[in-house]
Design a protein around this ligand. Structure first.
Ligand SMILES: Cc1cc2nc3c(=O)[nH]c(=O)nc-3n(C[C@H](O)[C@H](O)[C@H](O)COP(=O)(O)OP(=O)(O)OC[C@H]3O[C@@H](n4cnc5c(N)ncnc54)[C@H](O)[C@@H]3O)c2cc1C
Length: 459
């Protein structure tokens, strides 16, 4: 069988790409080297932070609004809980990138947020210990998404929409030409299709070295502790939080979702080979995270429960690398999610990239989204301004496929949320005249357009 699309890697991104491509009527084959929702890549560890006020760059905000809609649509369709709104709090000195960047992003997009001084923070969240010169920015819509559940939900949708999903099936290589793509599996057999989407996470550079994406794979550990004060760390009491102090790595954590209070440092500086990752967690790593807990949220610092090693795939500017392969127009890539990509998985899936049939596209079609300076990079002492192939904003390279053969079957967002999204996201709104559209206006911005624009039936 010749497939319309072959998806290489069924982790966070690939499962979403497979689901949305299949829901648009494409014949999809997904290939994954491990089991479904495995714990060997970048999409495991029970929780990921989701938020809209984005210190990394305000340019992500339209994508985040869309991500919220798509997470909720996926949850509704699969009848699972995929997102919980706990509120999110970022603390540090006023000029600290995670604080200043979050406030700037919230102001630019008029996102609801509150800023507290240290005294107010201690009053509202007595389990936290901010320093006297620190402030905090709180966003009520922030919270957690659940990566293993999200991967499973996307795989369920892909399978229900007719995609072929093959696990324990490593891909050894691939070729692309004018006639299509040919993927070679580890057992020497081949599969063929019209297009290939490479969503290989930390293995990206191994399976697509010719893209030349300068990725650094970073080992990062997630820790769970039984709270010393369980009432203080319960879901209704404490939001997801992050704190950044001079000379220290950013530290973040979650309320207790029933399996302990999860905490981690954002970035370790330890590089890794995904095929030889050290998954043993040392006592000094536990001690380092305990010290951070004692300094900011001592209520969580009870008995150590467990840890899970995970990997970031960092680009030099820590923005994503998605778009058309520089020389193979039938191949699209989605990689380099730099430790903040999970919340975007449904957006990446929904905006399945157009594979231009034009040839000779240069490396700038690998679009690193650097429409703003990366405060996270600066915070972590990385080279945000190092030269990196980058040109058009991510959305320009990441255009929805235009050839669905049947109605997309994920449910549309509610009339209210679609209206809110259109109104809030663009001043250049126009009336939507599509007969089946439930919204009053449609944004010209690709990120924030109403749901009907993704459907051929309404075109
Ligand atoms: C500790 C930690 C905390 C994080 N916190 C957050 C957060 O709070 N919020 C957030 O939004 N993001 C967060 N992230 C980032 C986010 O989890 C990642 O950006 C995202 O999960 C990356 O998804 P992916 O699909 O690129 O990679 P993966 O999910 O690893 O998927 C890649 C898949 O490709 C498969 N594959 C690779 N090569 C082959 C091959 N040759 N053949 C077959 N299959 C192959 C792999 O087995 C894997 O399943 C965090 C990441 C880590 C590690």
């Amino acid at each position: 069988m010749r497939y319309d699309a072959i998806v290489l890697g069924l982790g966070g991104m690939g499962s979403a790409v497979a689901a949305h491509a299949a829901a648009r009527g494409m014949r999809v084959l997904g290939l994954e080297q491990f089991d479904p929702a495995h714990a060997l890549g970048s999409s495991h560890g029970a929780t990921r932070i989701i938020r809209q006020a984005y210190f990394e760059s305000p340019a992500y905000v339209p994508l985040l609004r869309r991500a919220y809609e798509l997470w909720d649509a996926l949850a509704e369709r699969t009848r699972t809980t995929l997102r919980v709104q706990t509120g999110g709090l970022f603390v540090g000195r006023p000029q600290t990138p995670i604080v200043a960047g979050t406030i700037a992003s919230a102001r630019q997009w008029e996102l609801a947020h509150d800023v507290y001084d240290a005294r107010e923070l201690r009053e509202r969240w007595p389990m936290l210990t901010p320093l006297p010169d620190e402030i905090g920015v709180f966003e009520a819509v922030a919270g957690a998404v659940f990566p293993e559940a999200g991967v499973r939900a996307h795989l369920d949708v892909a399978a229900a929409e007719g995609a072929g999903l093959r696990f324990r099936t490593p891909v050894r290589g691939w070729d692309a030409g004018d006639d299509g793509v040919r993927v070679t599996l580890a057992d020497g057999s081949h599969v063929e299709g019209e297009r290939l989407a490479i969503c290989a996470g930390p293995w990206f550079a191994k399976i697509a070295p010719d893209v030349g994406l300068p990725l650094t794979i970073e080992r990062n550990v997630q820790f769970w502790f039984a709270p010393r004060d369980s009432a203080a760390m319960r879901l209704s009491a404490v939001p997801i939080y992050g704190v950044e102090r001079p000379g220290a790595r950013m530290f973040y954590g979650f309320p207790d979702f029933g399996d302990g209070a999860k905490v981690a440092h954002h970035g370790s500086g330890v590089t890794a080979d995904p095929d030889a990752l050290d998954r043993t967690v040392r006592d000094d790593e536990i001690a380092a995270v305990r010290a951070a807990l004692d300094a900011f949220v001592p209520a969580a610092n009870g008995p150590f429960l467990r840890a899970a090693v995970c990997m970031y795939s960092n680009t030099p500017d820590e923005h994503f690398a998605i778009g058309a392969h520089p020389r193979q127009p039938r191949v699209v890539v989605a990689g380099g999610f730099s430790g903040h990509g999970y919340k975007f998985t449904p957006v990446v899936g929904n905006s399945s990239p157009r594979c231009s049939r034009r040839t000779g596209r240069d490396s700038r079609s690998i679009s690193s989204h650097r429409t703003g300076s990366s405060s996270a990079s600066r915070a972590r002492g990385k080279a945000a301004d190092r030269p990196f192939p980058s040109a058009r904003p991510m959305l320009d390279a990441w255009i929805p496929l235009r050839r669905p053969t049947r109605r997309a079957s994920l449910p549309p967002p509610s009339r209210t949320s679609a209206r809110r999204s259109c109104r809030a996201s663009s001043v250049r709104a126009r009336r939507c005249f599509r007969s089946r559209c439930s919204t009053a206006a449609i944004c010209r911005s690709r990120a924030a357009r109403c749901w009907c624009a993704d459907r051929s039936s309404s075109r």
